[in-house]
Design a protein around this ligand. Structure first.
Ligand SMILES: CC(C)(COP(=O)(O)OP(=O)(O)OC[C@H]1O[C@@H](n2cnc3c(N)ncnc32)[C@H](O)[C@@H]1OP(=O)(O)O)[C@@H](O)C(=O)NCCC(=O)NCCS
Length: 177
């Protein structure tokens, strides 16, 4: 069963759903428009088949198959590693990135996975401001982390707080009933 999260922004509704193989071309398109060093199709295939990785796509309520954004994350012991997140440039600043992060935060719980981590390029100021808006904090720097440019990575983290945990329990209750 798919879980949905809806947002209504200026009259537009967006959902996030699990990705399937046929979404790869859409994700690739968004990735190529979003990065100077885009992931290849092979990388998307690898993550799709990896048991501990999850890929989700954002789409408008009306166009279920049109990929407007995507995120890829790994479920690890005690934490979630967000490994990629991008939104089609034509649909940015409409809340789609926030919806995906909200979805990711809903996976956290006080007794299982409490933290989300993400590494971001030091040059990606827009991405950093977005993460700050999502209450992520920079907790470290990995020097010369990116081989292509020699750039540093900022190690960002979002930690669940008690209120999130209670809210997640309440949403789960309502999803079940
Ligand atoms: C970063 C990214 C995912 C944001 O997606 P988005 O759908 O545009 O984000 P949202 O609309 O949910 O933005 C929420 C808030 O984050 C902040 N924000 C988002 N992008 C920003 C930017 N480029 N510059 C400054 N602040 C930004 C704003 O406060 C924004 O609220 P506002 O539009 O009301 O001012 C998107 O710009 C993207 O795909 N960038 C390229 C890929 C990338 O950098 N990936 C790493 C992600 S951290």
């Amino acid at each position: 069963m798919n879980e949905y999260y809806d947002s209504n922004n200026n009259g537009k509704s967006f959902d996030v759903r699990w990705s399937v193989k046929k979404d790869i071309s859409g994700m690739l398109d968004v990735e190529r428009k979003s990065s100077d060093n885009p992931w290849t199709e092979d990388i998307f295939h690898q993550y799709l088949t990896e048991r501990t990785s999850i890929m989700m796509v954002a789409h408008s309520e009306k166009e279920y198959n049109e990929v407007l954004g995507f995120m890829v994350y790994e479920l690890c012991k005690g934490k979630i590693n967000l490994v990629n997140l991008a939104v089609d440039p034509n649909f940015r600043r409409e809340g789609i990135g926030s919806i995906m992060i909200h979805k990711l935060k809903s996976k956290l719980s006080e007794n299982r996975r409490k933290e989300i981590f993400f590494n971001i390029r030091e040059s990606n100021r827009g991405g950093q401001l977005f993460l700050k808006n999502q209450e992520f904090k920079a907790i470290g720097i990995y020097g010369k982390y990116y081989e292509d440019t020699g750039e540093d990575a900022y190690h960002m983290s979002y930690k669940i707080d008690e209120n999130d945990a209670i809210q997640n329990r309440i949403s789960k209750y309502f999803l079940r009933h």
